[in-house]
Design a binder for this molecule. Structure first.
Ligand code: GLU
Length: 304
């Protein structure tokens, strides 16, 4: 099977240097092995997705010279597949409807003496997991609800799991650190965790090359793979780049977008070379420790 990687951005903004670094890492991993680099648009969030950002992603990758293999897959066109997987988990009794609002969850956490925290903040307290069956059935008829994975029940069903971190390290899966994650939202018929797991398998992705900010999410993806009888790819989480000020190159920090750099006359080949150089100087194992590497690139002015 050809080595296959993917870049899977959410079209909720323009791409910035952090995205370019990640796309390049996935692209080069596949290219070095004579394999395929895919592009998948993760547009399941109807409230935040913009068509212009989808076009921008394709444009920015072309500017960097990163050509995806085959058709660009869009998650918004695959919702029935995610629904079918959710139905399977419902039939197995491993998910439950959650009627809680964000405010109710926050209030319950604030009122509890010991609120356990996971990688993304306080864990869901499990309120709706404990609802009596008749109340659950009654409320499902009228109240909007999300679907949560009953992680303890799911892990009891699968037994202990490991995932491959790089080719040689087996990491025990600990999805319980996230609590009962949402697999289908009230406002979207799936979630990042469910859609990404199904699509990586459907697209034959052998190696997931992505940022270390998603390291902990892998525990959930491994559990879903086991529950849905999907293969588990090898995971390679790369370090995150920071600006010269040490802050992450994320769009929310106002980092310059690739489109802005292009407009300023940046040379894409020089940028790609600088990103490859930065990749070489980043610390490697152990992944998951949050170490970052600073990156500074001033676009050469085309005005001379
Ligand atoms: N769509 C996710 C994001 O933009 C990345 C998914 C992944 O690489 O697993 O953060």
């Amino acid at each position: 099977m050809a080595v296959t990687t993917r870049f899977a951005p959410s079209p909720t903004g323009r791409l910035h240097l952090g995205h370019a670094f990640s796309a390049l890492a996935a692209h080069d991993f596949a290219a070095d092995a004579g394999g395929h680099f895919l592009l998948r648009i993760e547009d399941i969030d109807p409230g935040r997705t913009r068509e212009a950002f989808v076009e921008g992603i394709v444009e920015d990758l072309a500017w960097l010279g990163l050509t995806p293999y085959g058709p660009v897959v869009r998650q918004s066109g695959r919702l029935p597949l995610y629904a079918a997987a959710l139905d399977r988990l419902k039939a197995a009794g491993l998910v439950y409807p959650c009627f809680c609002t964000r405010a109710a969850i926050a209030a319950e956490i604030a009122a509890s003496a010991a609120a356990p925290h996971g990688p993304d903040g306080p864990l869901y307290p499990g309120t709706c997991r404990r609802l009596p069956a008749d109340e659950r059935a009654r409320r499902m008829e009228t109240e909007p609800h999300a679907w949560r994975l009953d992680v303890a029940a799911a892990m009891a069903a699968t037994g202990p799991l490991v995932w491959s971190d790089g080719a040689h390290r087996a990491v025990p899966a600990t999805p319980e650190i996230h609590g009962d994650v949402v697999l289908a939202r009230k406002d979207a018929p799936t979630s990042y965790h469910l859609a990404v797991t199904i699509d990586d398998a459907a697209q034959g992705v052998t190696d997931i090359v992505r940022g270390e900010d998603l390291y902990a999410a892998t525990h959930v993806h491994r559990l879903l793979q086991a529950l849905l009888d999907l293969p588990s790819p090898v995971y390679h989480h790369h370090r995150l780049l920071t600006g010269p000020d040490g802050r992450r190159l994320a769009k929310r920090d106002g980092a310059r977008s690739l489109a802005e750099m292009r407009a300023e006359g940046a040379d894409p080949m020089a940028l790609v070379a600088a990103l490859r150089q930065a990749a070489r100087s980043l610390p490697r194992a152990p992944a998951g420790d949050g170490a970052t590497g600073a990156f500074d690139f001033e676009p050469a002015s085309s005005g001379g």
